[in-house]
Write a protein that binds this ligand. Structure first.
Ligand code: UDX
Length: 476
């Protein structure tokens, strides 16, 4: 017998599809709901519309067992389920840094209008603080106006899953955060997450505002950590020093920790960039203009990394061609004048286009941004990514997307590693060296063994390392 309560998941994107399949794995009957009929059709056939390790197997198993079903009919979900998880997107609004709450509002309103029994609505989407409180009022109003029977309570249970580890992060999370507005949510959610509780997953019971803030605080902290080390990259690129050693050394302090201190082209994806922007917008609305101002710097440092890669490409190519280095200095230097000249027509191999490995997601991807900038400066850019080319081509069709590493590097005058897929970490410097026109490499993620590549006759510059023109002259 399936476990009770019955669950619905509204919104079957990244978060929702993963949550639905994982809840079925925990033994519940689950109904996934989305307004997009094409998406629902694919999921109902057991197909995941994006790349996520482990998810296709889970989805297929539970679609076949009948425990996991999909529909476009929110009223069916309203009649059937006891608990409704909201997993719709909250993207950045066009022309603003605030979050677009249209989908969350629509999902909650359509449920509130159709539920005719006792039920729980549980928000999982990342929202600006105050949204859940406002939605509680909205639900009460809508239901009073329609005179519907049943008690509907709202809770907030933010989701911290990482792409590439979505299943693992959902089934064995670091913590569960439950913000409630009434007495019924907590006992019901303790039943839903009984397996995690048995495994002693930390359980944080709190109010709606804290629950919303935990999510944005976590993402703001992670983004700040990355930009912190990338700001030090600007120093080591200027004065010398080794950014990896610096990160290792401060990371040994348990209060700091080594994770999320990998210097490189910076953060992207569907969460960190938009979440730090939405947080700034929200606190400004609250009249706290200065409070999150540092996040504007975090964002700027992050975006400057992309310019730095382009400037470094100019410096390396100029040095190789015997031109004067184009940029006036690493910072403040722009790719104009002789910079554009050196990029114009240069054959450049870009390895990786997704915002991180083990994902096909190119939203706000630093790698795609850099590739596009090089293209715009006239370079002949060949891109290879194990999973991301189709999504990248949909956004930026003019790049030359190829199907293998070998094709990408064939005849390249400069090679850029921008997303640290395992395939790139394992590249053989000799084999790749045999394909390229020139052994010039930028390691945009600091994952290669520079000494081994240099021993194979390459000039390698990692982000966070001072560019040494002598390395270019010394290459084979
Ligand atoms: C993030 C949060 O980690 C997750 O908890 C939240 O639920 C959603 O947002 P995700 O977007 O999947 O998850 O990616 P994450 O693994 O956090 O990486 C974000 C970006 O930071 C990537 O572009 C990655 O390449 C970059 N990054 C990460 C670094 O540049 N350096 C690091 O040390 C770590």
């Amino acid at each position: 017998r399936p476990a009770s309560p019955r669950l619905s998941v509204i919104g079957t994107g990244y978060l929702g599809a993963t949550h639905a399949a994982c809840m079925a794995e925990l033994g519940f009957e689950v109904l996934g709901v989305d307004v997009d009929p094409a998406k629902i059709e694919r999921l109902a056939r057991g197909e995941v519309p994006f790349h996520e390790p482990g998810l296709p197997e889970l989805l297929r198993t539970h679609v076949e067992s009948g425990r996991l079903r999909f529909t476009t009919d929110v009223e069916e979900a309203a009649r059937w389920a006891d608990v409704h998880f909201i997993g719709v997107g909250t993207p950045q609004q066009a022309g603003s840094s605030a979050a677009d709450l249209t989908y969350v509002d629509a999902a909650v309103t359509s449920l509130a209008q159709a539920i005719d029994r006792d039920a729980l609505i549980v928000g999982k989407s990342t929202v600006p603080v105050g949204t859940a409180r406002r939605l509680t009022g909205l639900v009460a109003e809508v239901r009073a106006a329609a005179g519907l029977p049943g008690d509907v309570e709202l809770a907030w249970n933010p989701e911290f899953l990482r792409e590439g580890f979505a299943v693992q992060d959902t089934l064995t999370p670091d913590r569960l955060v439950i913000g409630t507005s009434g007495p019924r949510a907590e006992p019901i959610l303790r039943r839903v997450y009984a397996r995690q509780l048995a495994a002693e997953t930390p359980w944080v019971s709190t109010d709606l505002e804290t629950a919303e803030l935990v999510k944005v605080a976590a993402n703001a902290f992670l983004a700040t950590k990355i930009s912190f080390i990338n700001a030090f990259s600007e120093i080591t690129e200027t004065v010398g020093g080794d950014i990896r050693t610096l990160a290792d050394a401060i990371g040994h302090d348990a209060r700091i920790g080594r994770r999320f201190l990998n210097a490189g082209v910076g953060f992207g994806g569907g969460c960190l960039p938009k979440d730090i922007r939405a947080l700034q917008a929200r606190v400004s609305e609250l009249g706290l203009d200065r409070t999150m101002r540092f996040l504007a710097e975090v964002d700027d440092i992050n975006l400057r990394r992309r310019e730095r890669v382009v400037d470094l490409a100019v410096e390396m190519l100029s040095t190789a061609h015997g031109h004067e280095a184009a940029a006036a200095g690493p910072y403040g230097g722009t790719t104009t004048g002789s910079g554009e000249e050196v990029l114009n027509g240069a054959r450049i191999a870009v390895l990786g286009v997704t915002f991180k490995p083990d994902s096909d997601d190119v939203r706000d991807s630093p790698a795609l941004d850099v590739a596009a900038r090089l293209y715009s400066a006239g370079a002949d850019v060949r891109v290879y990514d194990p999973e991301g080319s189709a999504n990248a081509a949909a956004r930026f069709p003019r790049l030359d997307y190829v199907g293998s590493l070998d094709e990408a590097v064939e005849g390249a005058e400069l090679t850029l590693l921008l997303t640290e897929w395992q395939e790139f970490r394992e590249m053989d410097p000799e084999a790749v060296g045999g394909k390229v026109a020139d052994r010039l490499l930028i390691d945009g993620r600091n994952v290669l063994d520079t000494a081994a590549w240099e021993a194979a006759g390459w000039a390698v510059t990692g982000l966070g390392h001072r560019f040494d023109p002598a390395s270019v002259t010394a290459r084979r």
